[in-house]
Write a protein that binds this ligand. Structure first.
Ligand SMILES: *Cc1c(COP(=O)(O)O)cnc(C)c1O
Length: 370
């Protein structure tokens, strides 16, 4: 028998993936989903101008993309009112997390996050041997004060906070984020995940402060811009810290078509505003469907809604399975007490009509099997 000469670190990693894709579920079901409202993608799609730019770039895809992604980074810098040197673009937030964690985490280093928060971040921390320390949610919100306290006790190198949050869609005020940041020692970085920042109230977003070497803010084109399949995200931080990404990042990771599409999407802010409005309507429609079924939709500052199924995680799991059986792709949080909810992404009226039809049946079945 041949042995695979893995590093000791990788050899002891679990053979798990953070998410099973809806494609795998469709293969297993033997049929496609009728409504794909489970991964917080934007069913409203990207700006037609972004589609046109990607189409034009397709014939030029024989060339590597600009490894500095300069045009895109300059446009992002102008958009956020920061210097270009404060922005790094990469293969989605997920890809940038891998790079950021590699920069700061070695085996045994403590990293603080919330119990049930974004799993892909945890996946990267584990992959570099970091020691994850979790803090419970408080009333379905991430808890900045407890994150700070735990980071201080543990001597953490990184603290993760998603604001607005996934999977609960709740948010905390910029003042509380700022107090967390101000309380951290200079050798502990706050990784502020603003994947849903485009949907957030202004009161959730702290001022840009690129003079702070221990704040990294992550944004993406995957959610409001409707380009999840393109893989473009970016991180904003102190130029000296951002420059460190160049030591380890995949310099040609951002393809030419991706750079062109993201740039055109950024330039179409009118389309973005329209999507944000459509998402708000969809959230209200999901809340109404939940109420029609006697369920409570939690307030959402995002492009999805956590719907409290009114029971425990096992019950919500049965509701979820019933929806999936009926062709509705949705997901749910992984741990109690968050897992009493299912997570439903904003859909078009046609997607939500499929949900409205399937939910009462899934609920009745979940109750009958309970
Ligand atoms: C969707 C999501 C991401 C992933 O963003 P990509 O740019 O597509 O990698 C990151 N963080 C949170 C909290 C998300 O929900």
């Amino acid at each position: 028998m041949t042995t695979i000469p893995l590093t000791p670190l990788v050899a002891q990693l679990p053979a798990s993936v953070p998410f099973v894709g809806p494609e795998a579920q469709e293969r297993q079901r033997g049929q496609p989903f009728k409504a794909r409202i489970g991964a917080n993608e934007s069913v409203f799609g990207p700006s037609p101008k972004a589609v046109a730019a990607m189409r034009a770039a397709a014939a030029e895809a024989w060339m590597y993309g600009d490894p500095e992604a300069l045009e895109l980074r300059q446009a992002l810098a102008r958009h956020h009112g920061v210097p270009t040197e404060a922005v790094m673009a990469g293969e989605g937030i997920d890809g940038l997390f891998g790079t950021a964690v590699r920069l700061f985490v070695e085996p045994g280093v403590a990293v603080v996050t919330s119990l049930g928060a974004y799993p892909t971040f945890n996946y990267h921390v584990t992959g570099f041997g970091g020691r994850l320390v979790t803090v419970p949610y408080r009333d379905d919100h991430e808890d900045p004060e407890a994150l700070l306290e735990t980071a201080l006790v543990e001597g953490a190198r990184l603290v993760f906070l998603a604001n607005p949050d996934n999977p609960m869609a709740s948010w905390v005020t910029a003042e509380r984020v700022q107090r967390l940041l101000d309380g951290l020692p200079s050798d502990c970085l706050l990784l502020l995940d603003e994947a849903y920042g485009d949907f957030a109230p202004d009161a959730a977003l702290p001022a840009m402060q690129i003079e702070r070497p221990n704040l990294l803010r992550f944004r993406t084109f995957s959610k409001a811009h409707g380009l999840a399949g393109l893989r473009v995200g970016y991180v904003i931080g102190a130029p000296a810290v951002i420059d460190c990404f160049n030591k380890v990042r995949n310099h040609f990771g951002l393809g030419r078509v991706a750079q062109a599409g993201a740039l055109a999407a950024l330039q179409d802010q009118a389309y973005l505003r329209q999507v944000v409005a459509q998402v708000a309507e969809a959230r209200a429609a999901i809340a109404a469907i939940a109420a029609d079924n006697g369920l409570t939709a939690l307030p959402s500052a995002s492009n999805f809604v956590a719907v409290d199924c009114g029971g425990d995680g096992a019950f919500a799991g049965r509701v979820l399975a019933g929806l999936i059986d009926r062709g509705v792709f949705v997901r749910m949080p992984g741990v109690a007490p968050l897992n009493r909810c299912i997570r439903i992404s904003a859909g078009r009226p046609a997607d939500l009509a499929v949900l409205a039809e399937a939910l009462p049946q899934a609920l009745a079945e979940a109750r009958a099997r309970g």
